[in-house]
Design a protein around this ligand. Structure first.
Ligand code: NAP
Length: 245
């Protein structure tokens, strides 16, 4: 019998992260539920276990060096390695009227805060987990990005892509660019890393507006988390295929 794969999902207590944890669990992965709030984390772990998922909670705030180091130590103790890392935790930052973030009046602290979670947090978690991922026979890293991070789409006036979001959208462009640099660095290894857009999913993130369910939003992330060894790396996907940078 094959040993269960070990997966860490950040921000797994709700929304798309919870759906990714559920989906990977249903595929037989043992799931580390990364979440910063103890109550929300335990509730999610209990719900996952009730659904038959082999889940355990991992205290994890992606903005904290100590928290992330502690999470890596806990996974080392619990599982000894990591096969899948899904960097899902993310924030939009405060939005103005019509969900906009106007670049001409932008609070610089908002830019810093969003980048700290959506970009620096991903680098922090990825590098802390790398020693554990390197012990896997098929390490996979999935960064949950957004199509609003597609500079190509943002710059095309013929594409309807929502409000101007001068903190959130560039944070996902930055995340995409970082994903490519990791893929280049991992070129001679068995680590595959990709970015994905879940589509517009009804979650707390957007006040539960959006046509897609968290399960639909999780589908491509789950596919990328379980790619075969000859799968792609350094690319950006949604349900319909490759998303332009
Ligand atoms: N919903 C959409 O339409 C959509 C579209 C494109 C991309 N995305 C991306 O999908 C990802 C998940 O979003 P969602 O829609 O599922 O939103 P959500 O329901 O608000 O979930 C976000 C998750 O991230 C966690 N989180 C935020 N900051 C964190 C931190 N510093 N440390 C650890 N966890 C943190 C939250 O934890 P708490 O519960 O503690 O706040 C929560 O579990 C995000 O990266 C988002 O940018 C969403």
């Amino acid at each position: 019998m094959n040993e269960a794969k070990i997966a860490l999902v950040t921000g797994a207590n709700q929304g798309i992260g919870y759906a990714i944890a559920t989906g990977l669990g249903a595929l037989g992965h043992r799931v580390a539920v990364g979440a910063r709030d103890a109550g929300r984390r335990e509730t999610a772990v209990e719900k996952l276990r009730a659904a038959g998922v082999d889940a355990f909670g991992v205290p994890l705030d992606v903005t904290g060096d100590q928290s992330v180091a502690g999470a890596a130590e806990m996974i080392e103790r619990e599982a000894g390695r990591l096969d899948v890392l899904v960097n899902n935790a993310g924030i939009s930052g405060q939005l103005g009227a019509d969900w906009a973030q106007d670049p001409t009046t932008l609070d610089l602290d908002l830019v810093r805060t969003v980048a700290e979670t959506n970009v620096i947090g991903v680098i922090r978690v990825t590098n802390a987990m790398l020693p554990l991922l390197r012990r896997s026979s098929s390490p996979r890293i999935v960064n949950i990005s957004s199509s609003v991070g597609s500079v190509t789409r943002q710059a095309d006036p013929d594409i309807e892509i929502g409000p101007v979001m001068a903190a959130y959208a560039p944070s996902k462009s930055f995340l995409n660019a970082v994903t490519v640099q990791y893929a280049r660095r991992f070129a001679d290894t068995n680590i595959l890393i990709n970015a994905t857009c879940p589509g517009l999913v009804a979650t707390a993130f957007n006040g539960f507006h959006g046509p897609r369910t968290p399960e639909q939003g999780a589908a491509t992330a789950i596919r990328l988390a379980t790619l075969p060894n000859d799968g792609p790396s350094g690319a950006f996907f949604d349900d319909e295929g490759v998303v332009p940078w």
